[in-house]
Design a protein around this ligand. Structure first.
Ligand SMILES: *[C@@H]1O[C@H](CO)[C@@H](O)[C@H](O)[C@H]1NC(C)=O
Ligand SMILES: *[C@@H]1O[C@H](CO)[C@@H](O)[C@H](O)[C@H]1NC(C)=O
Ligand SMILES: *[C@@H]1O[C@H](CO)[C@@H](O)[C@H](O)[C@H]1NC(C)=O
Ligand SMILES: *[C@@H]1O[C@H](CO)[C@@H](O)[C@H](O)[C@H]1NC(C)=O
Ligand SMILES: *[C@@H]1O[C@H](CO)[C@@H](O)[C@H](O)[C@H]1NC(C)=O
Ligand SMILES: *[C@@H]1O[C@H](CO)[C@@H](O)[C@H](O)[C@H]1NC(C)=O
Ligand SMILES: *[C@@H]1O[C@H](CO)[C@@H](O)[C@H](O)[C@H]1NC(C)=O
Ligand SMILES: *[C@@H]1O[C@H](CO)[C@@H](O)[C@H](O)[C@H]1NC(C)=O
Ligand SMILES: *[C@@H]1O[C@H](CO)[C@@H](O)[C@H](O)[C@H]1NC(C)=O
Ligand SMILES: *[C@@H]1O[C@H](CO)[C@@H](O)[C@H](O)[C@H]1NC(C)=O
Length: 678
């Protein structure tokens, strides 16, 4: 089935299940399904209700009427607007401000707010305070406490607005009083001593209100701006009945439901209910408390399952995107008759092998990606290459290469052991080659003598054999496309192993030429390929020629020190040859160790590989055979026998041949070259 369809289906299943779990808990807020459990934005839990059969008694009736604009219904408790109802015994309301206002001639208007449904609600003593604002002001709150009348109040005066400091000094411009416990049935008002005559210009009203402590800071602006029809937030405590649990529990009206506990209200009379630990819901309903742990377990289990599935699906997606199915088919086919096949590693296996891709395991980095050293569980040491992104269209080609490379078993080509397709970018697993790259030995090791002439010749020969094999023995032929000294690895005994087929291309059998986007490394790039975009085996031959020159001279392939037209080592080398100064460009101890004839021919081979026209270059087969012949030829120690002057002379002779070729005088080429080359 299509991956996305599965994912969407799984996600929707999750969403629906999660909603069902939430709903199972939330549905217990109202008394029964037919009861309205919301009014506008406010949840209405039992014992509150909007209709007769939904509230506990009429004192808990919420009048859910349409607002004046007729759209959003608003909940009212008696005459006050309800902002929030908490199942834990609090009620957020908006309460009116009391005002006593004057105009120039005298008294103008006053009001005295009160809560008309008083009995089951107490002013929260912890969250509110009583505040008066004015400069000619006395404010009184009247309430019942233990069924007796109770008064509290404060006085505030000031002479001018400059006496008043924002937020400070109760008594100047404003005053406040803490609320004691147990105040019910309250109303409050404010009065003036001198009809505001002395302060009227900046303070025409005396104001008073009960307000949430955390939502009010005094500001001198209030002296002129508070109006009688404004409201401020305050908190009421609610409880059931007027008896503590001890008595209530024995009586018929006791409301706490199953798996809940009764506790006494700490502000006035009455009791409250609370769900036992591990339960959540509405404790005032018969079976309102639900095992929340079960709900939690269910949701978290569901979450885990979904995440796991997502991960598996993602891995599968990458596997398919990276061509895993094609690979499986190909491997199934090629498995017959072949013992050694590429293994498909799991992402987990390779993560373990590289210590979660630890920095310390990095053995190489480049444009291609990163190479890690890895230890497999069977104690094999491997090199794991994490490539850059492979896009979906390239997947099949990539797989093709993996399959072909997995079947190649050549001494001088790094063996591909397997790959992993479950990650976003495919991971390739190669045999580990301990001594690093030829590049390091030529350019980075302090002692260049670590590579004697004989070994250089051997590395050249082995590399040529590997490329010949790729071009001819493998079917379809493979063009390496990025032959360079840093892609030639050295084994313990300096055996060469060609590596990095990241850019390699398989040449379709019926096409000799392959048009591609030019890829490769500057300094090694075939100039003809650069011009025509036509990739042939001869492009590898050119790059190999550059490697031969590197082996001869030990110089950098690109150098900004050299004159512009000789930046590339190939041009630099050919220019020296042309000027008959080959001797100057050779590395010193090659001259010391090497055999005149060998070096002469090595130079010839390199030069022929660097021909501008691809068709004039020898094939890898010809190059390999010549190099092999060279190795087998008897050595004639050079320095010991001949004097320096003779050496130079001989080399100059070789140079003549080479430069004649460069100039295009093919007919003048030496016989040996023709014999080997064509
Ligand atoms: C609810 O409030 C509206 C508007 O204030 C009022 O007209 C109506 O009578 C109230 N309903 C009850 C049952 O008190
Ligand atoms: C509130 O408004 C809705 C839609 O505007 C209407 O259907 C409903 O009857 C109104 N309710 C009251 C109590 O006015
Ligand atoms: C309502 O009160 C509950 C409990 O005190 C609180 O968690 C919730 O945030 C409040 N909701 C609003 C809109 O104030
Ligand atoms: C002051 O208020 C009283 C009562 O509202 C009104 O009769 C009177 O005209 C007002 N005077 C002025 C100057 O506004
Ligand atoms: C305040 O105004 C009332 C009438 O509005 C008046 O009887 C009273 O004397 C005035 N008091 C002062 C101190 O002016
Ligand atoms: C009141 O002032 C205090 C301290 O300056 C501040 O932390 C708080 O946020 C203020 N409250 C409001 C509602 O402005
Ligand atoms: C308060 O009353 C004034 C006029 O007295 C009016 O302009 C204002 O809109 C009222 N505010 C509210 C919130 O009703
Ligand atoms: C609310 O208060 C009234 C009056 O005191 C009382 O009769 C009634 O039982 C109370 N209701 C609840 C649910 O506590
Ligand atoms: C209390 O919870 C248990 C387990 O969650 C359940 O079996 C039992 O029915 C509940 N009791 C009531 C009265 O809901
Ligand atoms: C490959 O072979 C295995 C068993 O031999 C089989 O389970 C798998 O489905 C095959 N894969 C393909 C893509 O044919």
């Amino acid at each position: 089935m299509d991956f996305y369809r599965i994912l969407i289906q799984v996600t929707w299943t999750g969403v629906i299940l999660a909603e069902m779990v939430t709903a199972a808990v939330a549905a217990q807020l109202a008394k029964r399904n037919t009861c309205q459990d919301r009014c506008g934005d406010v949840g209405i839990p039992y014992p509150f209700g909007t209709t007769k059969d939904c509230y506990l008694d009429e004192y808990f009736f919420i009048n859910c009427t349409n607002s004046s604009n007729g759209r959003n219904p608003l909940p009212y408790l008696g005459n006050v607007f309800v902002k929030n109802i908490s199942i834990h015994g609090q009620l957020d309301i908006l309460m009116y401000i009391a005002n006593d206002c004057y105009n120039k001639t005298g008294f103008q208007s006053s009001n005295r707010p009160s809560l008309r449904i008083p009995d089951n609600f107490t002013i929260s003593n912890t969250l509110n305070k009583f505040v008066a604002v004015g400069c000619d002001t006395e404010a009184i709150l009247t309430a019942t406490r233990n069924s007796k009348l109770f008064y509290l109040g404060c006085v505030s005066t000031c002479e001018s607005i400059s006496d008043v400091i924002d937020g400070s000094c109760s008594g100047i411009g404003w005053c406040e009083v803490e609320i004691p416990k147990g105040l019910k049935k309250f109303s409050f008002g404010s009065n003036s001593f001198w009809n505001h005559t002395r302060v009227w210009s900046f303070n025409p009203c005396s104001s008073a209100f009960v307000v949430r402590k955390d939502l009010f800071n005094f500001s001198s602006e209030y002296l002129s701006s508070l109006r009688y029809n404004e409201t401020v937030p305050m908190v009421l405590d609610w409880a059931i009945g007027n008896e503590p649990c001890e008595y209530a529990q024995t009586k018929s009206g006791y409301v706490c439901g199953g798996n809940s506990t009764c506790y006494d209200s700490d502000n006035g009379n009455g009791y409250r209910c609370r769900c036992n630990e591990g339960y959540d819901g509405n404790p005032y309903l018969h079976d309102g408390c639900q095992g929340i742990i079960a709900a939690l377990l269910c949701t978290s289990w569901l979450y885990l399952v979904l995440e796991r599935r997502k991960l598996i699906k993602l891995k599968e997606k990458y596997f398919q995107q990276n061509g895993g199915l094609i690979l499986e088919q190909r491997l199934n086919k090629s498995q017959r008759g072949s013992h050694e096949t590429v293994k498909i590693f799991t992402a987990e296996e390779l993560k373990k092998a590289t210590k979660k891709y630890d920095e310390s395991r990095i053995i190489g980095r480049g444009g291609f990606g990163v190479v890690y050293k890895g230890f497999l569980s069977d104690n094999r040491i491997v090199a794991i290459k994490k490539s850059k992104t492979v896009d979906e269209r390239q997947a099949e080609q990539f797989i093709n290469e993996v399959v072909v490379l997995s079947q190649i078993n050549h001494r001088h080509i790094v063996r591909l052991l397997g790959c992993c397709l479950e990650t976003q970018v495919p991971l390739l697993v190669y045999e580990f080659v301990p001594k690093g790259t030829l590049f390091q030995y030529i350019h980075q090791h302090s002692s260049i003598s670590t590579l004697p002439w004989e070994i250089r010749l051997r590395i050249a020969t082995e590399t040529a054999e590997a490329l010949w094999y790729l071009h001819s023995a493998a079917s379809p032929p493979i063009i390496h496309r990025d032959v360079k000294s840093s892609n030639i690895l050295l084994d313990d005994d300096f055996t060469a192993k060609v590596s990095d087929f990241g850019t390699s291309r398989l040449v379709p059998q019926d096409e000799k030429l392959l048009a591609t986007v030019v890829q490769g490394t500057l300094g090694y790039l075939d100039p003809e390929y650069l011009q025509t975009n036509q990739l042939t085996e001869k492009s590898d031959v050119y790059s190999f020629g550059v490697v031969l020159v590197e082996l001869l001279t030990g110089k950098n392939v690109l150098s900004s020190i050299r004159p512009e037209e000789e930046r590339s080592l190939a041009a630099h080398f050919l220019s020296f040859l042309k000027k008959h100064r080959l001797f100057e460009i050779l590395e010193n101890h090659i001259v010391a160790e090497g055999n005149e004839e060998q070096i002469k021919e090595f130079v010839e081979i390199a030069t022929s590989c660097l021909e501008v026209k691809g068709e004039e270059r020898p094939t890898m087969k010809e190059v390999a055979i010549r190099l092999d012949g060279l190795r087998k030829r008897k050595k004639h120690p050079w320095v010991n026998v001949q004097s320096h002057a003779v050496v130079t002379e001989n080399l100059l002779a070789a140079t003549c041949v080479a430069s004649a070729e460069i100039a295009g005088y093919d007919s003048m080429g030496p016989v040996t070259l023709i014999e080997y080359g064509r």
